[in-house]
Design a binder for this molecule. Structure first.
Ligand code: SF4
Length: 493
């Protein structure tokens, strides 16, 4: 599709809005007037008394244009100009698609954080009102955001300026799922890299521990993710966990999570290694309990394997298990999702994270790029409605929520937990309120200023082979953590 930008600078936001409705389309953004089968025009024209904002949508034989006028006072506010433009275009898209996305014009990743800032600025009632009437968020999503915000706040109140979390990346998986958009390598291609990767990762962890100790930082949570960390053998997991406990003081650590995501990687030896290594929380991710959908998405495990991995984890006394599900998977239906959710709730894991499928460019699921999202979106929407309702009824509370670009129906991912089992790490990373020191390929450390909202990032190399070949550069980058803290705290160079 072509997006015409005429007389304004909101191309980034407007392009994101177009993506909500045509997630599979390549969008050509131009300032030239031109023609295309799918064409969105957005223009701002100066008039004697203010600004005229116009949006036009043409899709095959559909064609409509609407405008609004901003007086001089309104025109002076660039954010207001952008919001009004988004509202016009949103109206045209919903008219054409016959479907109203429940997050309205919001395209950002952190709606709960946005709501919190609105409430801080305007008060609870007006903040919620603005969220619903000016950003067009539905009552249902506004309420979900509000409850999540309150549950997050309990966890955020445990933060101290000297606390941090540690993230470790294991970017390997037994095979690649067709919808995956992470930097993760299937072990079929990269198994030879794992021993060297682990050796260097342990060195990076030890180096990071020295940096953290030099700054007197206090470790609050550890999260080993990926990828699928349990792709490592039991012995490799032991080496990794011993390295962490050998160089960090874990006495203040309230959560130690390992993603054991793919049930086909879980064995009794690995569970023993995790338990002995101090792991307090694991994630076993069915995504769906429908075997034919699992096959379609290339997960290469079965429902029976998920159930047996879960039972085994309980046998080894894991008392804090998360299970991830995805709505909007290809081949899944509302009925099949309902059955999955009911069965997962019956297992009674301590937390359940309900994701919405995100179709990033790198994912391999085929889509008709000319199709707007409405069909898949309606089904995903019904699935989420059912999930929210059932999870609440079964004693789970929403405690973190985020969105990604190109999510089916522009919906959301929500972490639900039984009270007391909310994962602090998930809240810290989503809210960007704590320093996260991250190690391993594809990981990004986020250094949070203890005195403001400012964050600086240090990126590890993206792919394991780069990480291995350029490891020394990575270690030098890690030393910037101290320099960044010194800058934040006003320490002279
Ligand atoms: S298990 Fe997760 S990280 Fe690994 S390939 Fe599948 S979606 Fe990607």
């Amino acid at each position: 599709m072509t997006l015409i930008i005429d007389g304004h600078s909101f191309h980034y936001e407007i392009e994101n809005l177009c993506r909500i409705f045509f997630p599979y389309q390549q969008i050509k953004v131009t300032t030239e007037l031109c023609e295309d089968n799918i064409l969105a025009y957005t223009g701002v024209k100066t008039q004697p008394e203010g600004l005229l904002i116009t949006a036009r949508l043409k899709v095959d034989s559909y064609q409509k244009e609407i405008s609004c006028f901003l007086n001089q006072q309104e025109s002076a506010d660039i954010k207001e100009q952008k919001r009004r433009m988004e509202i016009l275009l949103f109206e045209l898209f919903t008219d054409y698609c016959g479907f109203t996305p429940k997050w309205g014009i919001l395209t950002g990743v952190r709606p709960v954080k946005l709501l919190r800032s609105l409430i801080a600025r305007m008060g609870e009632e007006q903040g919620m009102d603005y969220f619903k009437t000016q950003l067009l968020v539905s009552n249902e999503k506004a309420d979900l955001s509000f409850i999540t915000m309150h549950n997050e706040e309990k966890i955020l109140s445990t933060l101290t300026p000297d606390s941090f979390s540690l993230y470790i990346s294991i970017p390997f998986c037994p095979s690649r799922c067709s919808y995956c958009s992470f930097v993760s390598s299937s072990v079929e291609k990269t198994i030879n890299l794992i021993p060297k990767y682990l050796e260097l990762l342990c060195k990076e962890i030890q180096h990071t521990a020295k940096v953290a100790a030099g700054l007197n930082l206090r470790l609050q949570s550890v999260y080993i993710g990926g990828g699928t960390p349990t792709t490592l053998s039991a012995e490799q997991l032991r080496i990794l966990l011993d390295t962490i406990s050998g160089c960090f003081n874990l006495s203040s650590c309230c959560e130690f999570t390992v993603e054991a995501g793919r049930p086909d990687t879980i064995t009794s030896e690995k569970l023993i290694a995790l338990k002995r290594g101090g792991v307090t929380r694991i994630s076993i991710n069915p995504q769906t309990l429908n075997d034919s959908v699992l096959k379609t998405i290339g997960r290469r495990h079965t429902t029976a394997q998920t159930l047996s991995a879960y039972a085994m984890a309980r046998e080894y006394d894991f008392d804090n298990i998360n299970m991830d599900l995805i709505v909007g998977l290809p081949g899944d239906t509302v009925e099949s999702f309902i059955s999955t959710l009911n069965r997962v709730i019956a297992l009674s894991p301590e937390s359940i994270t309900v994701h919405t499928l995100s179709l990033k460019r790198s994912a391999r699921i085929f889509q008709d790029e000319n199709e707007p999202f409405s069909k898949d979106a309606k089904a995903a929407d019904q699935m989420l409605d059912y999930a929210d309702d059932q999870l609440l009824q079964n004693g789970y509370v929403p405690y973190y929520l985020y969105r990604q670009s190109r999510m089916v129906g522009n919906l959301e991912n929500t972490g639900w937990a039984k009270p007391g089992f909310e994962s602090p790490y998930n809240v810290f990373i989503m809210d960007e309120t704590q320093t996260i020191l991250a190690c391993g390929a594809g990981a990004a450390s986020k250094i949070k200023d203890p005195n403001s909202d400012c964050i600086e990032r240090i990126f590890d190399f993206k792919y394991p082979y780069e990480y291995i070949n350029r490891f020394e550069e990575m270690i030098i980058r890690k030393d910037q953590v101290k320099a960044i803290y010194d800058k934040f705290c006003g320490v002279p160079k």
